[in-house]
Ligand binder design. Structure first.
Ligand code: CP
Ligand code: NVA
Length: 321
């Protein structure tokens, strides 16, 4: 039984297979094609808001032949405290696959263990694997192989999106720089879990810089509070919201500490000429990105949003293939 719960446990070979299949699926959209889910019913269980993930999965599953059922976690007994493992054993007897967005990564993993049907992580507090596979597809569609390139993540470096980027950098062999204030940098344990070794800290004039490498793939990680240096020569500038879902109570403090960690025209000038700018969305103009930069890169950002559909169809076909 295959699941997509995390990029940590997705092999390079499987990532490449999904990314290659995405190109074919995108090209063939609208033509009569295989319907591997014909006769199946899939459930989407969402404990957090969603526009892109919900719509792209609903459309993609239908295009692959499935019936789809959207379940707000608050409306099913899960929301009143029914255990995950009981919900999983019920759904596992009725539907053929589940797409699950929730808080704890452990809950998605427990669901997959008990349901015994293909289960996809549609975002947890710890990872957003479908998003980052899509982002890499989008980068490669426009700029060729990501291996050896430099990706600079700007903003809350301790949330789900950069965590999935860390696992991807280790597997696909690119340099990931996370530009974030010290309190919003990912824990070193995550770098170690991703396989980065030679992790060490250096004192630079602008503060501590942590670097790690992974010789087997050529992957590299840099954690720094120095946004300007982190952006210099980057092939991709990437950001995400400062206040992730579930962190609303910390909003004022987060905005205070993260102010300045913004993708704007001055920062884009430091990147490589022709660098891409991406945002997983939703975007908060004036916070993690300014309006001018967002609109200047809207074509790429909305290609990225559209590509959720194609990439997730490839993920599902890989899961059931
Ligand atoms: N990027 C993303 O996952 O968007 P939604 O929260 O709208 O699904
Ligand atoms: N880090 C964000 C991603 C939204 C797609 C969140 O968890 O809210």
């Amino acid at each position: 039984m295959k699941h997509l719960l995390s990029l940590e446990h997705l092999s390079r070979v499987d990532m490449d297979a999904i990314l290659t299949a995405t190109s074919d699926i995108k090209r063939r959209r609208g033509q009569p094609g295989p319907q591997p889910l014909a006769g199946q019913t899939w459930a989407l269980i969402f404990a957090k808001s969603s526009t892109r993930t919900r719509v792209s999965f609903e459309v993609g599953l239908r295009e692959l032949g499935a019936n789809v059922m959207f379940l707000s976690a608050a409306d099913i007994q899960l929301g009143r405290g029914e255990p995950i493992k009981d919900t999983a054993r019920v759904l596992g007897r009725m539907v053929h696959g589940v797409v699950f967005r929730t808080f704890a990564q452990a809950d998605v993993e427990e669901f997959a263990r008990y349901a015994n049907i293909p289960t996809i992580n549609a975002l947890t507090d710890e990872e957003h694997p479908c998003q980052i596979l899509t982002d890499i597809f989008t980068f490669q569609e426009q700029r060729g192989p990501i291996q050896g390139k430099v990706v600079t993540f700007v903003g809350d470096g301790a949330c789900n999106v950069p965590a999935s980027w860390i696992f991807a950098a280790a597997k696909l062999g690119f340099e990931l720089r996370i530009a974030a204030p010290k309190e919003f940098q990912p824990p070193l344990s995550l770098l170690e879990r991703a396989g980065f070794n030679h992790v060490h800290a250096q004192q630079a004039p602008t503060g501590e810089v942590i670097t790690g490498t992974l010789a087997a793939t050529g992957g590299k990680i840099v954690l720094t509070a120095d946004l300007q240096n982190a952006a210099t020569g980057a092939d991709l500038l990437y950001t995400d919201v400062w206040v992730s879902m579930g962190k609303e109570a910390e909003a004022a403090e987060r905005i205070k500490v993260l102010t300045g960690y913004q993708i704007n025209q001055a920062l884009v000038k430091r990147a490589r000429p022709g660098a891409l700018v991406m945002h997983c969305l939703p975007a908060y103009r004036g916070k993690e990105i300014d309006d001018e930069t967002f609109e200047a890169h809207a074509q790429t950002i909305f290609d990225e949003a559209e590509n959720r559909l194609h990439t997730q169809k490839a993920i599902i076909a890989w899961l059931v293939g």
